[in-house]
Ligand binder design. Structure first.
Ligand SMILES: Cc1cc2nc3c(=O)[nH]c(=O)nc-3n(C[C@H](O)[C@H](O)[C@H](O)COP(=O)(O)OP(=O)(O)OC[C@H]3O[C@@H](n4cnc5c(N)ncnc54)[C@H](O)[C@@H]3O)c2cc1C
Length: 423
C-alpha cells in the first residue's frame, strides 16, 4: 500500500528528529521513518550493571562554549549538563622535554589551521595541500615520538579513526572551529545529565503520531509525482525527503536519483570513523582520567551511587572486541589500584547495520563528496552529523544540519529560493 506525506524524514537520530520537529511546527505533514525500535541513533543511554549509572554507548560529550545549538536544545527541554569527574589536565603530567616538542607540534597545527575559515562551506579547499593521512603529516616532523603520540591521542579523541586513514584537514578544521589547538584538545567538556539520548527522547515525545519505528527504508526513487521511499513495511510518496542517515549506511540503500560524482564516491568508499568505546564496572579510590597511544587512548571514570564505571576508547582495529581487550589490559597496568567487577558493556557500531561506523572522520579526498551530499538540491536532501557543514562528527552538527535541512525544505515547498546547506 502506498501512503502519502508532504515530507518524509528518514532516520530518527538527532538530525532527523530536529528536522521533523521544525517542519511540523510550520504546519507540514511529516512521516519520520526509523529502522530501529528506538529513537536517538548514535545517542544511546543504558543502565549499567550494579553501578547505579546510566552510561552512553555512543555520543556523550559536548563543549558548551562552542556547541551553542546543543546548549539551546538542552535548555529548551530543561536537561542539565554535568561536569566530568576529576581533572583533565593530562599534558601537565608529561615530562618537560616532551612538553617542548609537543608545543612545537601544536604550533604547526595552529599555523596550518589558520588557513581555514570553518564558517565557509568549502573550507577544505583552502587546505587541499594538507589533505593527507594525519600519520604522514606527523611523519614529516622531527619532534620526538612521545610528543607525536600525545598528538595522536588528541587527534583520536576528536576524530575517532586510524590516523593512517583520516585526513589531517579534519583535525585542522576542528582546531579552527574551536579557536586553537589547545582549545580543541583540552576543551571544557560536559555530558548531558541523564545521558545524551535523553535529548532525542525529549524531542521525540510530542512526535508520536509522525514517528514510525521499525520502518527500514531500502529504496529512494525520484519520480514525476514526487519521491518514493520503500521498504519491507510499504511505500511512502512524498513531495520532499530529508535523508538523515549515517553516511556509511547509504551504500546499503538503492538511491535512484541524481547525485554528483564525488557524493556517489564517498557513499561507496565510506568514511573511516571507527572507534571502540567500552565501559567496565570498577571500584577506584579516586577519579581517573588518563590518555595514551595506541591503546586505551582516552580513559575516564564516573562515580555511581553504588560503584564506579570506567570508559575507554581505542581505534576499533583489528575489531571492536580486540581493541577493547587490548585497552582493558592497558588500563589495568596504567591504573593498578582499580578493582574490577568483571562487568563490561559496549556496542559495536561498526558491525551495526544501521550505523556501520562511529562518528564522521573523512579520509583524504572525501570532503568534496561530503560537501556535495550536504548540498544535494531538493526535493531530496541529506542531513546529519556526518554531512554537517559546521560541526561534522558531533551532535552539534546533527542539530545544526537538522535545523538547516528543515529550513531548506520549507523554502522549497513554498517555492522560495533554497540557500546552500549551511548547518
Ligand atoms: C561511540 C560514539 C561516540 C561518540 N561520541 C560523541 C561525543 O562525545 N560528542 C558528540 O557530539 N558526538 C559524538 N558522537 C557522534 C554523534 O553520535 C553523531 O554525530 C550524532 O549523534 C549523529 O546524529 P545523526 O542524527 O546525524 O545520525 P544517527 O544518530 O546515526 O541517526 C540516524 C538514524 O537513522 C537510522 N537508520 C539507519 N539506516 C536506516 C534506514 N535504512 N531506514 C531508516 N532508518 C535508518 C538509524 O537507526 C538512526 O536512528 C559519537 C558517536 C559514537 C558512535
Amino acid at each position: 500500500m502506498q501512503m502519502r506525506t508532504e515530507v518524509a524524514v528518514i532516520g530518527a537520530g538527532l538530525a532527523g528528529l530536529i528536522a521533523a520537529r521544525e517542519l511540523i511546527a510550520v504546519g507540514k505533514q511529516v512521516a519520520l521513518l526509523e529502522a530501529r525500535d528506538r529513537v536517538g541513533g548514535r545517542t544511546w543511554t543504558v543502565p549499567f550493571a550494579d553501578t547505579g549509572l546510566s552510561v552512553d554507548l555512543g555520543a556523550e560529550w559536548i563543549i558548551p562554549a562552542a556547541h551553542s545549538a546543543m546548549v539551546d536544545e538542552l535548555e529548551r527541554y530543561d536537561l542539565p549538563l554535568e561536569s566530568p569527574d576529576g581533572s583533565k589536565d593530562l599534558v601537565a603530567t608529561v615530562p618537560q622535554d616532551i612538553h617542548a616538542d609537543y608545543q612545537r607540534l601544536l604550533d604547526y597545527v595552529n599555523t596550518d589551521a589558520a588557513h581555514i575559515n570553518p564558517k565557509t562551506n568549502d573550507w577544505y579547499r583552502s587546505v587541499a595541500h594538507l589533505d593527507q593521512p594525519f600519520l604522514d603529516y606527523l611523519g614529516a616532523r622531527s619532534e620526538c615520538d612521545a610528543a607525536k603520540d600525545l598528538l595522536l591521542a588528541d587527534g583520536f579523541a576528536l576524530h575517532g579513526a586510524d590516523p593512517g586513514r583520516y585526513s589531517t584537514i579534519n583535525l585542522l578544521h576542528d582546531v579552527a572551529a574551536f579557536g586553537g589547538a589547545k582549545e580543541a584538545f583540552q576543551a571544557d567538556e560536559q555530558r548531558v545529565g541523564g545521558g545524551a539520548q535523553s535529548l532525542s527522547l525529549a524531542i521525540a515525545k510530542p512526535l508520536a503520531s509522525e514517528l514510525r519505528l521499525n520502518w527500514l527504508a531500502q529504496r529512494i526513487t525520484q519520480t514525476l509525482e514526487g519521491v518514493e521511499i520503500s521498504g519491507p513495511n510499504g511505500t511512502f510518496l512524498a513531495q520532499a525527503v530529508i535523508i538523515a542517515l549515517p553516511v556509511n549506511v547509504l551504500s546499503s540503500l538503492k538511491l535512484d536519483f541524481y547525485m554528483e560524482n564525488a557524493a556517489r564516491h564517498v557513499i561507496q568508499e565510506k568514511h573511516p570513523g571507527a572507534a571502540a568505546k567500552g565501559w567496565a564496572s570498577v571500584s577506584c579510590p579516586e577519579p581517573i582520567h588518563s590518555s595514551g597511544w595506541p591503546d586505551a587512548v582516552e580513559v575516564y571514570s564516573r562515580q555511581g551511587a553504588r560503584t564506579s564505571a570506567i570508559a575507554t576508547f581505542a581505534v576499533a582495529h583489528p575489531s571492536h572486541e580486540a581493541a577493547l581487550q587490548n585497552s582493558w589490559r592497558t588500563v589495568r597496568s596504567r591504573h593498578p589500584k582499580v578493582q574490577w567487577h568483571n562487568d563490561f558493556l559496549s556496542h559495536d557500531w561498526l558491525n551495526d547495520p544501521l550505523a556501520q561506523g562511529t562518528w564522521l572522520s573523512a579520509a583524504p579526498g572525501q570532503h568534496e563528496g561530503l560537501h556535495q551530499l550536504a548540498d544535494n538540491p531538493p526535493p531530496i536532501i541529506f542531513a546529519g552529523g556526518d554531512v554537517s557543514r559546521r560541526w561534522y562528527g558531533w551532535m552539534e552538527g546533527a542539530i545544526t544540519s537538522g535545523l538547516d535541512s528543515a529550513q531548506r525544505i520549507q523554502a522549497y515547498l513554498t517555492q522560495a529560493p533554497v540557500s546552500p546547506a549551511a548547518g
